[in-house]
Design a binder for this molecule. Structure first.
Ligand code: ZN
Ligand code: ZN
Length: 395
């Protein structure tokens, strides 16, 4: 559009500022939230993915952002030349409009949505759409395997039946995701990355194959099915042809179980990558508190900002350690915010994608050691004395 007079220049400037904002993912988060909250908007949490060639992910990103933002969509979406991976929440009254907007995009037409079982509307606080080299960071070279040569997709009923028939079930998620819920009897990888897990699984399968009875049918599952696409392709590439995968992952399994009144062979909670951290599938508690070892499956992050460690914490330990992982973190976290800020200077905060505790025994040793030191010295952070003195001169 040509600018013919001065009257058009202001809206045009606004538009370009808006486009710039979009490009940088600048989001008036609080304003937007307030706006959506004012109408006490009911939201639907959903996810979808598709391996499909996207010619210009950045161009697509900007147009999706504009459309979706206007609908009040929140979430985290990755686009790459290899496809889309989206986790988001949509105001429930915009659901059909959103479905239509997705279908209008030829590459996404008809992509199945996986709707979350629990809908608290607190899953995401902003809309982030990122262009990435890959939609699943697998750490593997593209030539390493053919991503279109995938295993058999199984629905919940078939998956359950094949388990009863003696298939080997393998969890394709990371160690900390398996912690609070998994299929009964499944192999749970010890690795904390997808790359590590996939190679670990390949070794386990190779070993089983060499043993007396050979390798039974292998069934893979993950959160939403996307990682199994890669894992099954990778395993098929390495000669394991008898591989099936749970279509739509645990998220859709839970939905089918509920809708069809099936028995869930998945026990406990499903780890999710949004503010909720977990979605309950069954009432079973399959994990223990990382700190005291009693049965518990409340997953949380250490509230000391520089730590942010992911752990399972019972209510008693949450009280005892002030929602932190250790006495050391508790000492910092319970200080006045001003002092904490000073203490954090130069330390840098832990990344949002935090590490999980994989060795509870080591953590319990650390806690015992720190409690001991604390009772002797009165502090685990001697540097706090000068920080407190300079920050709170009257105390
Ligand atoms: Zn505990
Ligand atoms: Zn901590």
């Amino acid at each position: 559009m040509l600018l013919v007079d001065g009257r058009n220049s202001l809206p045009s400037l606004r538009l370009s500022l808006r486009a710039l904002g979009n490009e940088r993912n600048i989001q008036p988060t609080d304003a937007l939230r307030a706006q959506l909250d004012r109408g006490t908007v009911a939201r639907t949490t959903l996810s979808f993915y598709r391996y499909v060639h996207l010619a210009d992910p950045l161009l697509l990103r900007n147009s999706l952002f504009t459309t979706w933002e206007a609908m009040g969509v929140l979430g985290r979406i990755y686009l790459a030349k290899e496809g889309v991976n989206a986790q988001l929440s949509v105001p429930t009254n915009m659901f059909q409009a959103f479905r239509d907007a997705v279908d209008v995009q030829a590459e996404f037409n008809g992509v199945p949505f996986k709707i979350a079982v629990e809908e608290e509307g607190t899953s995401f606080s902003k809309l982030i759409i990122k262009v990435r080299p890959k939609i699943v960071a697998d750490g593997l070279a593209d030539e390493a395997y053919d991503t279109t040569n995938v295993g058999e997709h199984l629905d919940a009923t078939t998956f359950n039946r094949r388990i009863e028939e003696g298939a080997l079930v393998i969890d394709m998620r990371n160690n900390y995701e398996c912690m609070i819920g998994h299929f009964e009897g499944a192999y749970l990888p010890k690795a904390d990355t997808f790359r590590g897990a996939i190679e670990e699984v390949k070794e386990v399968m190779t070993l089983r194959q060499r043993q007396g009875e050979g390798l039974p049918e292998v069934l893979l599952y993950c959160t939403g099915g996307i990682r199994c696409e890669k894992a099954s392709a990778y395993l098929r590439h390495h000669g394991f042809s008898n591989v099936g995968q749970l279509h739509g992952g645990i998220i859709d399994y839970a939905r089918q179980i509920k809708a069809e009144g099936l028995t869930s062979k998945y026990k406990g909670q499903n780890f999710v990558f949004d503010g909720r951290l977990a979605e309950r599938i069954t009432d079973d508690v399959v994990s223990t508190c990382t700190q005291c070892g009693t049965p518990n499956d409340r997953i949380t992050n250490c509230k000391q900002h520089c730590c942010n460690l992911l752990l399972v914490q019972c209510d008693a330990c949450a009280t005892k350690y002030a929602n932190c992982c250790s006495p050391g973190c508790r000492e910092i976290h319970t200080l006045p915010e001003e002092v904490q800020k000073q203490w954090r200077k130069g330390r840098g905060s832990a990344s949002a994608k935090s590490k999980a505790i994989t060795d509870p025994e080591a953590l319990r040793d650390l806690i015992r050691h720190e409690e001991e030191l604390l009772s002797i010295n009165g502090t685990l952070h001697p540097e706090l004395t000068s920080i407190s003195a300079s920050t709170l001169p009257n105390s």
